[in-house]
Structures are given as C-alpha cells and as structure tokens.
Design a protein around this ligand. Structure first.
Ligand SMILES: Cc1ncc(COP(=O)(O)OP(=O)(O)O)c(N)n1
Ligand code: 3NM
Ligand code: MG
Length: 502
C-alpha cells in the first residue's frame, strides 16, 4: 500500500520532542507520508521555550499552496498556530480543501507549552472560535485548553461533558478531551470523545514517567494518520492512545528536563491499548455511565480454535453439516417473530446436543435461553438491548461480532466466549455499514487478541480465500455463501473442513 499523505501544520520544536518533529516521527511510524507546514519556529529544549517566532505570512501560505498543488492530504493535523491571523488564513485554505478533496482535519489547540509558557498570542482564541472551529473535524484540547476555549474547567466528568458540548455548540464537529491530568482521576489517563451523538470514554493506567514531552502532538498526528489509513474515528482514537502509551513506557530522558515520548511503530501489545469504559465498573459509575451489564465472564469455549464455522438459515442444512463432520455452526434466521422461529430454534438446539456440537443461535437470545442452547451470537447493537446477564447466568456461551479495534476492545470488556472479526472481504450476504478489513488488519487483530479469546473471521471468505485467512493464524473461519451457494455443498464442506481443520 502506498503511504497516505498526512500534513502537519505546526511549530518546529528545536528540541525534537514535540511539534513538527514529533508529528513527522508519528506519521512515518504509523505508515503515512508526512508533509509539513511550519507555522512558527520555536527555540526550546527539554527545560524551557525561549522563543516562539511566527514564520512570515507569505512563507506560511506558500507552504500550503505548494503542498495543495501536488501532495493533497488525506488527513491534516494542526498544532501550534502562533496567532489569530494565521488561524484565520488557514481556515480559508481549509474551506477550499474541503470543497476540493475533503481531508479529515484534526486540531490540537496548542496554546501553552508543558513548561508553562504561553505559545500563542491572545488573538488566537477568538480566531479559533470565529474561523477555525468550523473547518476542523476533531479538536483535541487538554484540560487547560478546554477551559480556555469553553470557559468550563473540566474538574468533574460532568464538566468534561459540558465543556465538550460547549465546543460542539461553537461549531466543532467532534471533540476529544484529553485527560492526562484530571485531578479527579489521578490513577488514569482518561479521554472523552463526543460528536454530539455518541460518547466514548477511554481509560489507560497512567504511565509513571516524567518524560512525556510531545504527547499531545503525537496523539493528534497519530489520529490523523490512522484516519488517512482509512480507519474509522473510534479505531483511530484507540490506536493513537495505544501509540502514545507505548511511547510513554519507552520514553527516555534526553536533556535535563522531561524527555520526548518514544516513537516505536505500530502498537502490538494489548496492555498499551486503552479500556473502553463500559457500565458496571467503578470508573463507569464515576463517569456517570450506567446500564445493564453481565456480572461475570461468559462460559469459556473448550478450545481457542473453533475450526470451520458455517452460518446457515435452515435446520435441514444444519443437520447435513453435522453429518458431514462440522462441529461449530450457527442458525442465523433474520427478521422473523419469535413465534415464527421457535420451532426451528428448538430443533437446532436438539441437533446440536445430539451431535455434541458447538451450535450458536443468532439474535434470538430469549429463545436460546428457553431451549437451553449451547451458545448465542450477538452483534454490537445487541449489546445495549439484550439481557446479557440472563444469557450468562443461563450458562450459555456468547459470541460477539466486532469490526475493528474499538469494537474489539469494547466487546473484550464483556468477557464473551469468542469474538468474531468482520467483515474481512466484501460480502453480498449482508449490508455492512463498515468497510472490509482485509488480511493485513486481520493479521494484526489476531496477533493482538489471540490469547484472550477464540477468534472467528467472517465476511466474503470464499474457498480460495480460506488458505490466506488461515495464514493469519486465526483459529476459526465462518462463512455463508462458500457453502450455501456451492454447486455441491457436501463436497465444498468436506474440502473446507480439510483446509481449516486439517
Ligand atoms: C460468526 C458470526 N460473526 C458475525 C456475525 C454477524 O452478527 P451480527 O453483527 O449480529 O449480524 P447478523 O448476523 O445478526 O446480521 C454472525 N452472525 N456470526
Ligand atoms: C453475517 C455476517 N456478519 C458479518 C460481519 O462482519 O459481522 S459478515 C456476514 C456475512 C458472511 O457471509 P459470506 O460468508 O457469504 O460473506
Ligand atoms: Mg445479530
């Protein structure tokens, strides 16, 4: 894949830990090609910022013009703007880019250095509100910047929400409040994202280090790069947070003051990824997140490798599949009433028991409980409405669909029996709101999660693609049409069984 282009419009940090320098490290480490528009030259080291010198307006504009004519960006990260005039001029350029090629714009409203020095002129604040906010897709203030912009000090979770809502009311499309230093959560680095419709709280244990110079720049450029790589925003947020956490853990002191966050490449350690705060935890209570939640983990599977996993709509095909040797399978009937499907579900459960198979019922969890099913498979939307505790208490196994990093981390909090990862390739079986993941991402997901849960790949997996999917190390492959649309379902199933289970 060619590297997507990401611009950073920010200040140069002579010390190499923040600003343009941190951004270019981050963009490159995550697989983007970084271009830079320098807004100001700072003279600084790890101890102090001794000078902030805005570049000439003409030099600022000409960098933008040069890049726009040849290297248009998939995503743009904005950092330090030294004053209101450049913010206003930049807003005008961004408006034009939006018309031409719609880059995703992340703005980290750097106003005060971690050393305490004001980095920007007073004219910046009104210009952000009046001109820039409307042109950015995501603004990422820390507590001080949120208070400066919104007038609300985020001294409680409620005030974090209020501050973010105030920025949305001023025209921001989405807000990520960075909680590296919330007094009310001293043990955690908690970030809050909202676009006005949904709220996401991400928590990481605070890394004990004084070497965190450049974390804000790094986070925002990591988000921009992940978006340029075509990750949805919720995945970009968790990936960027993991990148920063791994960088903080490896950060070293260079110079007499706080050293720079380290730049180590794609995050691969699950311990570096944040927790998606879900109802039921002490933290969730503190954050005012309530809702039903399972009291403990779901029944574990007997193996991490579930093998071939056909998903079918008819009980008669289920019976044939069992006869042909399949031992993990699912009855997936859509859009019928409970009365219409109950007989089929009862028959399917009995068949599964007769063959000692891992037979999952899709969606109809009440009937699955009633008839003592082996397992239930649910989607992300079901997590909020199904009675997960009732499923767990009945001893029924739970499989959950996921479509990327965020959903995987969210599902992980519910401790299900397995996770499905989809859709790997384009599929005609179902209208998918997300984009296909592809093999490279699947590979990364498997490496990240394989010791936690059995993992199942699903979506567009034809017979010919099975060996490629199996090469990622995934222990189970779910498919519909590879069997149901085959000219000879029995031969197809036997071949697939041999390919997947050897
Ligand atoms: C093994 C497996 N993975 C994913 C799905 C999809 O479940 P869901 O997201 O609930 O969508 P529907 O199947 O209900 O349309 C699945 N059924 N099985
Ligand atoms: C039911 C389903 N769920 C998916 C997910 O990604 O959650 S993909 C999918 C359809 C799988 O069918 P086929 O093997 O014919 O592509
Ligand atoms: Mg479902």
């Amino acid at each position: 894949m060619t590297r997507p282009i990401v611009w950073t419009i920010a200040g140069s940090d002579s010390g190499g830990g923040a600003g343009i320098q941190a951004d270019l490290h981050t963009i490159h480490a995550l697989g983007g090609h970084g271009c830079s528009v320098i807004s100001a030259i700072t003279a600084q080291n790890s101890v102090a910022v001794s000078m902030v010198e805005p570049v000439l307006m003409q030099a600022f504009s000409q960098q933008l013009v040069a890049l726009a004519s040849d290297l248009p960006a998939q995503a743009i990260k904005i950092g330090l703007l030294p004053g209101g005039l450049r913010a206003e001029v930049l807003a005008r350029y961004l408006r034009e880019y939006r018309r031409q090629w719609q880059p995703y714009v992340v703005y980290d409203p750097v106003a005060i250095a971690s050393t305490g020095k004001a980095m920007a002129q007073e004219s910046l604040l009104p210009a952000i509100k009046q001109h820039l906010l409307a042109e950015v897709d995501l603004i990422t203030p820390n507590a001080i910047e949120l208070a400066a912009l919104s007038g609300i000090t985020p001294d409680s979770p409620a005030n974090v929400r209020r501050g973010a809502a105030a920025l949305l009311a001023m025209g921001a499309r989405a807000v990520l409040v960075k909680g590296g230093h919330f007094d009310w959560a001293p043990e955690q680095a908690i970030d809050f994202y909202t676009d006005g419709e949904r709220e996401i709280w991400l928590a990481s244990a605070r890394v004990e280090t004084t070497h965190g110079h450049g974390t804000g720049c790094t986070l925002s450029s990591a988000i921009a790069t992940a978006i340029a790589l075509d990750y949805p925003i919720e995945d970009a947020l968790v990936l960027a947070k993991a990148y920063v956490t791994q960088g903080l853990k490896a950060a070293q002191g260079l110079g007499a003051g706080p050293g720079p966050v380290a730049h180590l490449g794609w995050p691969t350690d699950l311990n570096d990824f944040p927790t998606v705060v879900m109802p039921g935890s002490t933290l969730a209570e503190q954050l005012g997140i309530s809702g039903p939640h399972p009291k403990a983990e779901f029944a574990p599977m007997d193996t991490l490798k579930l093998g071939l996993y056909p998903v079918v709509t008819s009980v008669s095909l289920l019976e044939q599949l069992l006869d042909w040797g399949v031992r993990t399978l699912q009855l997936r009937i859509k859009d019928k009433t409970d009365d219409q499907v109950e007989a089929d579900i009862k028959a399917a459960v009995e068949l599964g028991q007769r063959f000692n198979a891992r037979l999952f019922i899709n969606d109809y969890w009440r009937l699955a409980i009633k008839h003592g099913a082996y397992g239930v498979h649910l989607g992300q939307e079901d997590i909020e409405i199904a009675d997960l505790e009732a499923i767990r208490a009945a001893g029924i196994k739970l499989g959950l669909s996921t479509h990327g990093y965020y959903e995987m981390l969210r599902a992980r909090e519910l401790k299900p029996s397995y996770l499905a990862l989809g859709h790997i390739f384009p599929t005609k079986t179902k209208d998918m709101p997300s984009r296909p993941q592809g093999l490279e991402r699947l590979h990364r997901y498997v490496a990240l999660m394989e010791t936690e849960f059995p993992l199942v790949a699903i979506g567009g997996i034809s017979r010919d693609r099975v060996p490629l999917v199996a090469e990622t190390g995934i222990g189970s492959i779910a498919l519909v049409t590879a069997i149901t649309e085959s000219d000879n379902p029995e031969a197809a199933t036997r071949e697939l069984l041999a390919l997947v289970e050897g």
